[in-house]
Design a protein around this ligand. Structure first.
Ligand SMILES: NC(=O)c1ccc[n+]([C@@H]2O[C@H](COP(=O)([O-])OP(=O)(O)OC[C@H]3O[C@@H](n4cnc5c(N)ncnc54)[C@H](OP(=O)(O)O)[C@@H]3O)[C@@H](O)[C@H]2O)c1
Length: 622
């Protein structure tokens, strides 16, 4: 997209509506429009051999010393040296502009501007007063609900068919304070995987019915709490019918806006429609509820992401603040979620909407068993690729040539971009949803942005070790810059030559998407309000145990994403849950804390992994 192409976007999608470009020299706001891609990391990287080499060297420095600040210092020194050398050379050869020479020889592009968010003009005191007003009103509304010690909350949920949304349904079913959960669902087209032909369209009601069955709730007493209505977050009033709207206005206490497009490779426009327009529609909807006479509305809960802070490498990413990241965003998903968060803040300050923003880190399967209800996104994607590569390596049938080819492909698939020290913030979905449901009952969360993240991050190196132990896969960590610029294009060529165009594309996509999250200099997300305000346990789930359970679950329950039938996944997860509970009882510790050998031995003794049934239910449960 070029600057002129930006004018093909509707003006409300122009990044300059939210972000301004500021001259570093004068502090003046530069008026020119800029393309969305300028706001991404990739626009500012890999443009020169020396730049690539410098990043590679820094990665080595961190590997040797474990000190990221030293690498940053060295980077600065190298830049200074490059500039000094360019000045001397320019003088020696005559007229050359030293800046141009520095760019040509050393790839030293000195930016003359920076980006910042256009912010509201409220003073600190005005904000404090506004927040205090909103919290007080939320407290009053909430207390008005309390009857016989229960809150009788009536909640509208968007995104209920998604990974996080399903856990909301599950926990809501068991939460006595939730009297009703109305889930907004759009129709779903089932297409033939090969031809793309639409085979069937599932209505929202049918999707809701299936959802309850897959969540083991259809026959439970809690089923009566749930209602499924048709809608689409990209439409005004969330696409809800006028009749339904009337009834919701007089009953809803909360809106949980969880729907989004969580795709790291979506184009800007698509991400914007789902994440910014979707959020704006939800905010307008909640404002409509709040201002409706006699409405019992308490608050809006927006689900954002802690990665709205993008590549904030130097300082901790704070819960209270959002600043345009010095090192840009990894993708349009992060950027549009950040814009949605700015819009939420505007609704709160300008229009007085009572709202809370919850920002999960990278969400993975549930903390004890790793169950994820068929999710294959985000971290699951590379883990499943590694697992399938291992299966291919273990293939002993077929001709020697085919087996050798499979072995080469599998080995190539296990080269992954990652600095060993890169820290990744994983948080299990049950902890995230505990936070979401707690937010419905805590008026003090109104006006706050809360990180639902871990305080024990895993490094790429730990991930490599765990994947090795759990899946018996040897991952080779490749330096991300070198991988992106040299190895990946080469790998793609080799695989395409071997007739593996699809695998090549998948790896290219995976490498491109994830290298940003596995480089050194990952943001460290501040945590604290999850405990202080939401009252969650101060003992946050162990990221290492959860990741171990993710690997085990994806291997045995999902067969690395190859079991796609939601009903079968649901059946297996029930068996898996019983198996894991049995282990916890037997060993008196979390299953994630068991060594891979102990876990495998117990698994062989208790689970028939072919039929996927417990060998002896009593033995496991005793
Ligand atoms: N997963 C993570 O690692 C992670 C991390 C941090 C934050 N979050 C945030 O958590 C929330 C949920 O994420 P997730 O992982 O559960 O995502 P997901 O599994 O991809 O689910 C997305 C949900 O949004 C719904 N949706 C999307 N567009 C819609 C539309 N136009 N109208 C109605 N519904 C629509 C989807 O419905 P369909 O079934 O009809 O497609 C689905 O229910 C998102 O806001 C995300 O940004 C997720």
């Amino acid at each position: 997209m070029t600057t002129s192409e930006i004018h093909n976007l509707p003006p409300e999608m122009w990044p300059s509506r939210y972000i301004e470009k500021v001259s570093l020299a004068t502090g003046e706001v530069l008026e020119d429009d800029f393309e969305p891609r300028r706001l991404l990391v990739h626009s500012h990287r890999d443009y020169h051999l020396v730049d690539i080499h410098a990043r590679f060297m820094m990665s080595r420095v961190i590997k040797a010393t474990g000190d990221e600040s030293l690498a940053r210092k060295k980077m600065k020194e190298m830049r200074r040296l490059g500039h000094r050398t360019s000045r001397i050379l320019a003088r020696m050869i005559g007229k050359q502009d030293p800046k141009k020479l520095a760019q040509k020889l050393f790839g030293l592009k000195d930016r003359e501007y920076y980006f910042r968010y256009k912010r509201h003009e409220f003073s600190h005191q005005e904000i404090e007063e506004r927040l205090s007003e909103l919290k007080t009103a939320a407290r009053r509304e909430l207390e008005g609900r309390r009857k016989n010690g229960r809150l009788a909350l009536r909640v509208l949920l968007t995104g209920g068919t998604g990974f996080v949304g399903k856990e909301v349904l599950w926990q809501a079913a068991h939460d006595p304070d939730i009297a009703e959960l109305v889930t907004l669902i759009r129709p779903k087209e089932i297409k033939d995987r090969k031809t793309g032909e639409v085979l069937e369209t599932l209505s929202p009601a049918e999707r809701g019915r299936r959802l309850l069955e897959e969540l083991w709730l259809a026959d439970s007493g809690a089923a009566a709490k749930f209602r499924f209505i048709a809608g689409d977050v990209e439409r005004p009033n969330l696409g809800i019918s006028a009749e339904e709207l009337d009834s919701l206005r007089s009953t809803l206490t909360h809106v949980i806006h969880c729907a989004a497009s969580v795709a790291f490779d979506d184009p800007y426009e698509k991400s914007f429609r789902a994440n910014v327009h979707g959020s704006l529609n939800a905010l307008h909807f909640s404002l409509g509820l709040q201002s409706h006479p006699g409405s019992p509305f308490v608050a809006h809960v927006g689900i954002e992401t802690s990665y709205i802070h993008g590549r904030q490498t130097k300082d901790q990413a704070l819960e209270d603040e959002i600043a345009f990241p010095r090192n840009f965003y990894n993708n349009y998903y992060e950027l549009t979620k950040a814009i949605a968060s700015i819009e939420a803040e505007r609704f709160m300050l300008e229009k007085g909407l009572r709202l809370a923003q919850l920002c999960p880190a990278i969400v993975i399967g549930e903390s004890r068993a790793g169950n994820n209800r068929g999710d294959t996104k985000v971290v699951n994607a590379p883990v499943n690729v590694f697992g399938r590569a291992k299966q291919a390596l273990a293939t002993t049938s077929g001709r020697w040539r085919d087996r050798s080819k499979a072995a080469i492909i599998a080995r190539l698939a296990c080269i992954f971009p990652g600095d060993p020290s890169a820290q990744i913030n994983l948080i299990p979905v049950d902890r995230v949803v505990e936070g979401i449901l707690a937010a419905l009952k805590k008026p003090d969360v109104v006006g706050e942005r809360v990180h639902l993240a871990s305080d024990t991050r895993v490094t790429s190196d730990q991930i490599r070790t765990i994947v090795g132990e759990e899946l018996d896969v040897k991952i080779k960590l490749a330096e991300p810059t070198l991988h992106r610029t040299v190895t990946l294009p080469l790998l793609t060529k080799v695989l395409t030559r071997l007739g593996q165009g699809r695998t090549a594309k998948a790896l290219e996509k995976l490498g491109g998407i994830f290298s940003g999250y596995s480089e050194w200099g990952q943001p460290i997300h501040e945590v604290g309000k999850d405990v202080e305000i939401l009252g969650l346990s101060p003992e946050r789930p162990s990221a290492e145990h959860s990741f171990r359970m993710l690997c085990r679950h994806n291997k045995w329950v999902q067969n690395f994403g190859q079991i796609k039938d939601a009903v079968e996944i649901s059946r297996r997860e029930k068996v898996w849950w019983a198996f894991v509970l049995g282990l916890e009882q037997r060993f008196a510790k979390p299953a994630g804390a068991l060594s891979s050998e102990a876990f495998r031995t117990a698994l062989e003794a208790s689970l028939d992994t072919e039929a996927f049934v417990l060998k002896n239910v009593r033995e496991v449960e005793s």
